[in-house]
Design a protein around this ligand. Structure first.
Ligand code: ASN
Ligand code: ZN
Ligand code: CA
Length: 328
């Protein structure tokens, strides 16, 4: 039955062997998570795609030689993101209505991107020695665009565009940490698994966004004119500093080193706390045209409501906002 709850075994590209929610048949449809389902576009660029089916509920082989493998990673990423929002924020799916969403894989030919289109998540295979764009952080990033759309509905231009993109990087990263998968431990890098630059470097760095050569570390009056993937830099930097503090640090084997934009030094209060504060800001303080100053006011007010005005958590998010040069 299409509404039965099965647990399949996925041999993923990025996360080793994982348990995935499936349905009798078997199909990649996860009835314990709102019916999240995953389909195969098989090189197409439109339509629903073909439902993945399998005889023994063991999916993929850990490499691109099985077309199921990208489906396993996308399905698992959607599952992890669903569980993250449920466990960390009590949110039931993208629209908080318990309804799942479709993920489509094998979009186009050697397509080097993934996206949310207002309805669903879609993933390309990458080209050359790149790998499919189905890593945990990318899946969490794309699904979080849906959450942003359903809540603050931030514009995709101006300061709001940067806040929108950073929100996806922040929650994609928190999904990756929450999964604690041995093959893909949490980090403050985005897309580090997909070899997007062909030399092993990640797509983005949250501790020092300008390491990509284009993102800003510090907010300026020119931030609003940048592509959202670069104007996201200051808020990613804020999230890193509020969570982990300034200076050097190694987490899960990855070394980071950052400084505030105004010369202050401080310790962080942990990514789970800062994630809670940002989620409250996104869902109760911001709207489509919000700028970085609104984000600053939003995190301070959210932290006051959650932890109190004089709390270490409130002081940290405030110092980190001053630390990316957003004026009071
Ligand atoms: N992967 C990109 C993103 O989610 C697609 C885009 O540029 N909108 O940000
Ligand atoms: Zn994005
Ligand atoms: Ca990552």
């Amino acid at each position: 039955q299409d509404d039965e709850i099965k647990t399949g075994t996925g041999n993923s590209m990025y996360s080793g062997q994982v348990s995935i929610g499936t349905s009798a048949g078997f199909t990649l449809k996860d009835n314990s998570r709102g019916g999240n389902w995953t389909t195969d576009l098989n090189g197409g660029t439109s339509g629903a795609g073909t439902t993945f089916t399998d005889a023994d509920d063991v999916w993929g082989n850990g490499t691109t030689s099985s077309r199921q493998t990208a489906g396993v990673d996308a399905h698992y990423g959607s599952q992890l993101t669903w569980d993250y929002y449920k466990n960390a924020h009590g949110r039931n799916g993208i629209r908080n209505n318990g309804v799942g969403a479709r993920s489509r894989v094998h979009y186009g030919n050697a397509y080097v991107n993934a996206f949310w289109d207002g309805t669903q998540m879609t993933y390309g295979d990458g080209q050359g020695n790149q790998r499919p764009l189905t890593s945990i952080d990318v899946a969490g990033h794309e699904m979080s665009h849906g959450v942003t759309e359903a809540t603050a509905n931030l514009n995709y231009f101006g300061d709001a565009g940067g806040l929108n993109e950073a929100t996806s990087d922040i929650f994609g990263t928190l999904v990756e940490f929450s999964a604690n998968n041995a093959s893909d431990k949490g980090d403050y890098l985005i897309g580090e698994k997909i070899n997007i630059n062909g030399n092993g470097t990640p797509l983005r760095y949250m501790d020092k966004p300008n390491k990509d050569g284009r993102s800003q570390d510090c907010w300026t009056t020119g931030t609003k004119n940048l592509d959202p993937h670069y104007s996201s830099g200051p808020l990613n930097h804020w999230f890193y500093m509020a969570s982990e503090g300034t200076g050097a640090k190694t987490i899960n084997g990855v070394s980071y080193n950052t400084a505030s934009c105004n010369g202050t030094t401080f310790t962080g209060v942990g990514r789970d706390v800062v994630g809670k504060i940002w989620y409250r800001t996104l869902t109760t303080k911001l709207s489509s045209g919000s700028n970085y100053q609104a984000a600053r006011n939003g995190v301070i007010n959210s932290a006051k409501e959650l932890y109190g005005a004089g709390s270490a958590n409130c002081i940290a998010v405030q110092k980190a906002m001053a630390g990316i040069n957003v004026p009071a």
